[in-house]
Design a protein around this ligand. Structure first.
Ligand SMILES: Cc1cc2nc3c(=O)[nH]c(=O)nc-3n(C[C@H](O)[C@H](O)[C@H](O)COP(=O)(O)OP(=O)(O)OC[C@H]3O[C@@H](n4cnc5c(N)ncnc54)[C@H](O)[C@@H]3O)c2cc1C
Length: 418
C-alpha cells in the first residue's frame, strides 16, 4: 500500500525552502497559489498540481503538522472555485481563481428567492442582455455572507419562452456596485448570517456569464453537488505549532470574520457532544427512559458518522458523487433533531432558558431554535427524499405541471414574467 512517503518528503522539502512566517498573509498566499501547493487537486494550469484528493489530504496534513498556513478555504469561495474550474473560460479562471486562494475576495451564493428555493429552476430574477451588459433586476434571499461578499454566484432568468430549466443562466456578479442592495436578516436564534439582496438595474459584463446562456441549471448542479457533499470547513493550523509571527494573527482575524456567519452551525448540528455530559450533570442519567433515548441517539449518530466516512473515502478515491450526499444530508438532519429531542428530555423546561444561570450558558436553547435550519439549508429533507426516491430507488417521478414555456407556468410569487 502506498504510504505516500515520497510525496511527504517532497512537500516537506518545499515547505523548508519556502515557508516564511515573516511574510504578510496575502504575499505568502500568492506564493503558495503560484506554486500549486495551495490547491494540489486543481489542474496544473489552474494554480494546482493535478493530484488526487487523497494526495491532496496528505499535503494538507504536512502543512498542518508544520504550522504552515494554507490557501483560504472558508466561506462560499470553494463553491465558486469548483464551479469556475468546471465551467469557467480561461479568462474567468485567470481573473478569479487566484484571489479565491489568497483570500483577497469573498463570495456569496445568490440562488434562493422569496418564491423559489427548492424550486431553484423557477427563479424569476431576470437578466436582459442590453449592448454588452446583462442588466439584472429582482430579489434573492437567505444569502449567507452576502453582506461582506465581493462577488456573487447568481442564477437568473434569461429566457421566459422555454421550459424553466432551459431559460436560466449563471453569472458572476460584482456585489460592490450600488445597484446591488444587501439587507441583513435577524434569525430566531439571534444571529444575522443571512441577507436579502435586491438588484435594480445591476450590471454584469457580457463575458461574466458562467457556461453558456440557458445552461445555468447544469452549472448550478455543480455548485449544489459540491455544497451537499462537503460542509463548509475552515482549516486551522494546529495551535501548538502556531507561532508569534503576525501572519498567524492575520490568519486568525481572517477566520474570525469569515466564520462569523457560521458560528451557530455547531448548535444547528444539535450539539450531540453535550448529551451525555448534561445527563450526568443533571442526574437525568438515572432515568431508564432517558438512558434509552440517549442510546437511540448514539446509534443514529454513530451510523451517520460511518455513512459520512464512506462518502469521504469515495471522495478521496476520486469516485463520482453517489447517493451519499443526499443520504448524509438527511442523516445530519435526523441526528440534529434527535439531539434536540434528547436535550429537551434531559432538561425539561430548563432547555428553553438563556442568560445568566442557564445550564451551558443558553447553548441548549440555541440548539432548539437552530436545528430546524439543517433540514432546510442546501436542499430540504423532502427534496433529499425525492432525490433518493427517484435517482437511487428508481421510483416514479412526481407528476409535473410546469413543463411548458416558463412564461405560462403558474409561479409561487406571481410576479409579471414579461
Ligand atoms: C442555514 C441556511 C443557509 C442558506 N444559505 C443560502 C445561501 O447562501 N444562498 C442561497 O441562495 N440560499 C441559501 N439558503 C436558502 C435555502 O437554499 C432554501 O431555504 C432552501 O432551498 C429551501 O427553499 P425555501 O426556503 O424557499 O423553501 P420552499 O422551497 O418554499 O419549501 C417549503 C417547504 O415545502 C417543501 N417542498 C418544496 N418542494 C417540495 C417538493 N417538490 N416535494 C416535497 N416537498 C417540497 C420543502 O421541503 C419545505 O418543507 C440557506 C438556508 C439556510 C437554512
Amino acid at each position: 500500500m502506498n504510504d505516500f512517503s515520497e510525496l511527504r518528503k517532497e512537500v516537506s522539502s518545499w515547505i523548508n525552502a519556502n515557508w516564511d512566517p515573516s511574510l504578510d498573509l496575502i504575499t505568502w498566499r500568492k506564493k503558495l497559489a503560484d506554486s500549486g501547493w495551495g490547491a494540489p487537486d486543481w489542474p496544473k494550469e489552474d494554480f494546482g498540481m493535478g493530484l488526487s484528493p487523497e494526495e491532496s489530504s496528505i499535503i494538507e496534513e504536512e502543512f498542518s503538522k508544520k504550522g504552515v498556513i494554507g490557501a483560504a478555504q472558508s466561506g462560499v469561495r470553494l463553491l465558486a472555485a469548483v464551479t469556475i474550474l468546471e465551467h469557467g473560460t480561461r479568462e474567468q479562471k485567470d481573473r478569479y481563481l487566484k484571489p479565491i486562494l489568497t483570500g483577497e475576495e469573498n463570495w456569496c451564493q445568490l440562488f434562493s428567492e422569496p418564491g423559489s428555493g427548492s424550486d431553484l429552476a423557477g427563479a424569476t430574477t431576470r437578466a436582459d442582455l442590453i449592448g454588452d451588459e446583462w442588466i439584472i433586476n429582482g430579489q434573492k434571499v437567505w444569502n449567507t455572507s452576502a453582506h461582506h461578499a465581493d462577488f456573487g454566484l447568481l442564477v437568473a432568468r434569461t429566457n421566459w419562452d422555454v421550459p424553466k430549466h432551459e431559460g436560466i443562466s449563471y453569472f458572476i456578479i460584482d456585489m460592490r456596485q450600488k445597484e446591488v442592495e444587501v439587507r441583513q436578516l435577524r434569525q430566531m436564534n439571534g444571529h444575522a448570517s443571512f441577507n436579502e439582496v435586491f438588484f435594480t438595474d445591476a450590471r454584469v459584463s457580457r463575458e461574466n456569464i458562467l457556461g453558456t446562456e440557458g445552461r445555468g441549471w447544469q452549472v448550478a448542479m455543480t455548485t449544489l453537488a459540491y455544497e451537499r457533499r462537503s460542509f463548509d470547513r475552515a482549516r486551522r493550523v494546529s495551535s501548538d505549532m502556531a507561532g508569534d509571527a503576525s501572519i498567524y494573527r492575520e490568519y486568525e482575524m481572517e477566520l474570525e470574520k469569515a466564520n462569523e456567519p457560521y458560528k451557530w452551525y455547531p448548535q444547528r448540528a444539535g450539539r450531540g457532544d453535550l448529551v451525555l455530559e448534561t445527563a450526568i450533570e443533571t442526574g437525568a442519567i438515572e432515568n431508564a427512559a432517558i438512558r434509552q433515548e440517549i442510546a437511540r441517539f448514539h446509534v443514529l449518530n454513530e451510523s451517520a458518522k460511518w455513512t459520512a466516512a464512506r462518502a469521504k473515502a469515495a471522495q478521496k478515491a476520486g469516485q463520482p458523487q453517489g447517493p451519499e450526499g443526499s443520504l448524509g444530508k438527511l442523516a445530519a438532519s435526523r441526528v440534529a433533531q434527535s439531539a434536540a429531542r434528547v436535550h429537551t428530555s434531559i432538561m425539561g423546561n430548563g432547555a428553553l432558558l438563556t442568560g445568566e444561570g442557564s445550564l451551558k450558558d443558553g447553548i441548549l436553547a440555541e440548539v432548539l431554535v437552530s436545528t430546524p435550519a439543517i433540514s432546510i439549508a442546501g436542499g430540504t429533507d423532502e427534496i433529499q427524499k425525492n432525490i433518493i426516491a427517484e435517482r437511487v430507488l428508481g421510483l416514479p417521478k412526481e407528476p409535473r405541471f410546469d413543463s411548458g414555456p416558463f412564461r405560462d407556468v403558474q409561479k409561487n410569487a406571481d410576479k409579471s414574467s414579461t
